[in-house]
Design a protein around this ligand. Structure first.
Ligand code: MN
Length: 201
């Protein structure tokens, strides 16, 4: 079993009232756990079981649906839990704030564009903030469990993401995806986003 479900660094209840404990528990212990075990089944006994998850995504055969859905689901949720947390949110500062201002004009403009990407993703999927080795930032969105590293996507490295599958918000927000997206900005861990930006750039 090469891939393991990561433990969260905070309690399921730690993000309330922005994300409720029951949603967090089901999302992590059921949904993410399911992607993890199905990913292990998909790579077991193949040369991919010794590859990193990043390498699996970058070299993915997009017609391999079991691997595409579960490798994406595994990576996407790993990042999601890391870039949110308690006592977070607000506007970023420092290096990541400078990069956001350079790319989007201001934090408010970034917020508008990221919100638009998350709101307008039809059905299930994700919105992303990605970076490249020159420090350029880009917002994109993917369907289902697809990921920016997969063939045909933006190709930059994700440093922030929001899950807009209904399972990420429906218990508390029902059909009100925009309210969930708005609350998500209260839990973004900008220190972690900046750390990842520095590694990529
Ligand atoms: Mn999810």
């Amino acid at each position: 079993m090469p891939f393991e479900l990561p433990k969260l660094k905070y309690a399921y209840s730690a993000l309330e009232p922005n994300i409720d404990a029951k949603t967090m528990e089901i999302h992590h212990s059921k949904h993410h756990n399911g992607y993890t075990s199905k990913l292990n089944s998909a790579v077991g006994g193949t040369p991919m079981e010794n590859k990193s998850i990043d390498d699996i995504l970058k070299s993915l055969d997009m017609s391999n649906n079991a691997l595409r859905n579960n490798a994406g689901g595994y990576y996407n949720h790993n990042l999601f839990w890391e870039v949110i947390g308690p006592n977070c949110g607000g506007a970023p500062t420092g290096i990541i704030a400078n990069a956001i201002n350079k790319a989007f004009g201001s934090f408010e403009d970034f917020k508008k564009s990221f919100t638009m990407a998350a709101t307008s993703r039809f059905g299930s999927g994700w919105a992303w903030l990605c970076a490249d080795s020159n420090g350029n930032l880009e917002i994109c969105s993917t369907a289902n469990q697809d990921n920016p590293l997969m063939p045909g996507e933006c190709g930059k490295t994700p440093i922030l993401c929001i899950d807009v599958w209904e399972h990420a918000y429906y218990l508390n927000y029902q059909n009100r995806r925009p309210d969930y997206i708005n609350a998500f900005f209260n839990v973004i861990n900008w220190n972690e986003v900046e750390k990842r930006f520095k590694v990529v750039s």
